[in-house]
Ligand binder design. Structure first.
Ligand code: ADP
Ligand code: MG
Length: 264
């Protein structure tokens, strides 16, 4: 659950926060204080087991928002509750535990270690969790099987195609057995056909493992295809949040209408 969260980038956010309270725009805040508004007073809940898609143009605050879920970026103000625990105020040691036990992130550029094998890359999260080696092997092998990479475990990332490398990224996230998956443009670098396969894969994972998936994409078709709900962002704010049907049938304003009109 996200409660009244804002993020201002800059050394002294106080003045910017005051302007934000007065309802000033990102542009005005930048001009008057030199501080950049990343996320603007957002409030929403994410339900367990759903695929929650965040969409919006470049610079609208999607990455800033998703990174606050594991506190890679600290909010300037507001609360982020995971299982009723506010991660904004939590101690560094508790944060480390919560990250290891509850949250995995899949990156757009795969972020694999080039000199580690596919199996070692998949085990990496479990290694951090300090799981015994036998457990690690077993979980990693299972995850590789789920994403269709059985038989590749002793190869290196460079021997795999982009789509397969991203499957490794997904396997790594699955192996660590966390309830929450954060995916920031995770499929954006993939060819359209492979991308569709990955979307199907993700839907299967959601169904079989009841993961809560927070998924950023630029691509409206992708959002409509996999999203249970979609949040559309503009200048740091969520301007509409709803099911794909709600967004398509009842766009909240002209901006949303423009955004969705190219899709049939
Ligand atoms: P998106 O992921 O939707 O493209 P971002 O969350 O990356 O958008 O960025 C939102 C806004 O915050 C942009 O105006 C961006 O320039 C600004 N921003 C993001 N990260 C930083 C940072 N580390 N320092 C300063 N400004 C930033
Ligand atoms: Mg981004």
């Amino acid at each position: 659950e996200v409660r009244n969260v804002s993020k201002i980038f800059g050394k002294s956010p106080k003045a910017a926060l005051e302007l934000l309270e007065l309802g000033r725009s990102k542009k005005e805040i930048l001009k008057e204080t030199g501080q950049t508004l990343g996320v603007n007073k957002v409030n929403f809940s994410i339900y367990p087991g759903e695929i929650f898609v965040i969409m919006g143009l470049s610079g609208s605050g999607k990455s800033t928002l998703i990174r606050m879920f594991n506190r890679l970026i600290a909010p300037t103000i507001g609360e982020i509750l995971i299982d009723n625990e506010d991660i904004v105020k939590m101690s560094a040691s508790r944060l480390r535990e919560v990250r290891q036990q509850k949250i995995s992130m899949v990156f757009q550029n795969f972020a694999l270690f080039p000199h580690k094998t596919i199996l070692e890359n998949t085990e990496f999260g479990l290694e951090i969790q300090k799981k015994p080696i036998k457990d690690r092997r077993e979980k990693a092998m299972q995850a590789l099987e789920i994403v269709g990479l059985k038989g590749y475990e002793h190869q290196l990332p460079s021997q795999l195609s982009g789509g397969m490398q991203q499957r490794v990224g997904l396997a790594r996230a699955l192996a660590s057995d966390t309830d929450i998956l954060l995916m920031d443009e995770a499929f954006s670098a993939l060819d359209p056909l492979i991308r569709k396969d990955m979307q199907d894969e993700l839907l299967e994972i959601q169904e079989n493992f009841k993961k809560t998936i927070i998924f950023i994409t630029h691509d409206l078709d992708e959002a409509l295809r996999i999203g249970d709900r979609i949040a559309l962002m503009k200048d740091g704010s969520i301007i509409q949040l709803g099911t794909p049907e709600q967004i398509m049938m009842n766009p909240a304003n002209e901006f949303v209408e423009k955004f969705v009109e190219d899709v049939d």
